[in-house]
Design a protein. Structure first.
Ligand code: 5GP
Ligand code: ZN
Length: 118
């Protein structure tokens, strides 16, 4: 798959191996690695190899990348043993606390979750 990394994007750098990360999943379309600042016993970020600012943008630009992203998130939940449940979160935009503008799904689990989120 041919993709153009964004030279200013830290997640593109992680995919390229230019920044260290604890990678727990690699597939043709997606990469999963542990969050630097975990908010749960399991906190993995699952990202498309293709750079897009957020998942909605990815869906608009490359819809064929979206299903593999969520499939990868499910595979991570399974390999992490999150049999009791887990949460997939996609913060989108500044008011929703998105801080890295490369599409990503947080896979959070290993503790009870509350709803609604803060
Ligand atoms: P957002 O707030 O955009 O939804 O999530 C970005 C996430 O990326 C945050 O949970 C943050 O802790 C994580 N993060 C930011 N920089 C790095 C990094 O260099 N390495 C890793 N592994 N996680 C990062
Ligand atoms: Zn990127």
């Amino acid at each position: 798959m041919s993709v153009t990394p964004d030279p200013d994007c830290i997640f593109c750098k992680i995919i390229a191996g230019e920044l260290p990360a604890t990678i727990v999943h690699e597939s043709e379309h997606a990469v999963g690695f542990r969050d630097l600042d975990p908010q749960a016993p399991t906190h993995v970020l699952v990202i498309p190899r293709r750079h897009a600012a957020d998942i909605a943008t990815l869906a608009a630009q490359a819809p064929e990348e979206v299903a593999p992203l969520f499939a990868a998130a499910g595979a991570v939940a399974e390999s992490e043993g999150l049999t009791k449940g887990y949460r997939m979160v996609a913060n989108t935009g500044a008011e929703a606390q998105q801080t890295v503008f490369h599409a990503h799904v947080h896979v959070l689990g290993g503790r009870p979750m509350t709803w609604p989120p803060g």
